[in-house]
Design a binder for this molecule. Sequence first.
Ligand code: ATP
Ligand code: MG
Length: 434
Amino acid sequence: MGMEAGSVERVDVDVPGEGTQATAPDFRAVFESDSALLALLEPQAPEHRVVAVSDAYARAVNLPRAALIGRGLFEILPEEPGATDATAAQGVRASLEAILDGAPSSRTRLRPSRVAGDERVWQCSHSAVLGGADELVWIVHRVEDVSAREWELRQTAERERALRESEQQCSALATENKQLKARLRDLEAIEHENVRLHRATGRAIELRDQVLETVAHDLGNWLGSIQLQLQLLRRPAALPERRSLKPVEASEQAARRMHCIVQDLLQVARLESGHVELKPARVSPAALLRRVFEIHQPAFVASPVTLRTDLVGTPDDVYVDVDRVLRVFDNLLGNAMKFTTSGTITIGCAQEGNVVFWVSDTGRGIPPPEIPHLFERFWQARRLNTDGSGLGLAIASRIVELHGGRIWVESELGVGSKFCFTVPSASAAREWVR
Ligand SMILES: Nc1ncnc2c1ncn2[C@@H]1O[C@H](COP(=O)(O)OP(=O)(O)OP(=O)(O)O)[C@@H](O)[C@H]1O
Ligand SMILES: [Mg+2]
């Protein structure tokens, strides 16, 4: 290399073939313009003598260039660049050894130092300068202030850490949010349930008062009637054997009615408690209708209303507690008779998916607003009609529900009503039998 120790100079060279003098590049200017501290080293370990240094390097180690040239790197390498006291750093040696071992370049981080109160981070890198036969000729030794880059890296790491932290916080918040939402849903469900229970309690209280009122009213009426008849019997009129039997018969009828009411009340209470055990059996709808007809036909003998049976096709056998289904027919037929003055009452059955039974009449019909209340306990469109307690349909619907069936009514004012109910067919019955 055409470079004197300690300097890189501009030289004039002959360019072959042109016969004129050309100007070679000013390597020293290139060397000095580098922002890093540069030195050129001999590859011979352990000294690694300095062949050339940049002005910046000389300034950094606070020595004149002449004092540096020819000295071993480890005599002058400051442990902290910028400080005069120089100690060879382990990392630097290792980096140089890597070059000697054939690595094209290698670098190491020097210990951070303080320059004018600021912390500085230095990086030392080496690169091999090879000759024509690929032999190691020089080693470029380069010390660089990487504080700004380091600061950037630290900032980036700090930002990433903050980002990670905030992501963690976000995910923790999201989890908390989810838990809070779930808790909120639970609370809403509890509130919903409380409102429902509150309403149910309110309804139960209302119903209890209604029951008491109705029972007191109905039983009171019949009791009043008995008292009246007893007073008649007390009158010192005719001799007992000549007295009319009417008061006795009226009292008996009143007592029977009272007995019916009490039985119905007990029946409703039992059905609603859910402690009723059904005794189901397989029976054909035809046989069931025949039985209902036989029981009720006598009541129609002297009536302007006709009872008839309508069996459509051959519906499946059903699996029912026959006595209780008869009770349903009793109630429906009782009503039909009560509210029908002429025409026909029909008991029927058909297969419409399920097996459907019905009792239809040509009676007064039911006003549409009353229909949704019909199956409630003690509900009567009456208060006009004092014959009954309003328990019949409630009992009928509880019995049908116990069988897993459904009860409903179709009615037209002045034309008639049709009460229908389904019960399980024998083939599907096992599912609901408890
Ligand atoms: N076939 C019908 N035609 C017209 N209205 C009816 C018919 N069946 C029921 N209703 C109306 O529904 C009300 C309730 O009937 P439900 O059988 O429950 O009680 P009730 O017959 O009045 O009394 P109970 O059956 O306890 O003797 C009746 O009071 C009546 O207003
Ligand atoms: Mg009734």
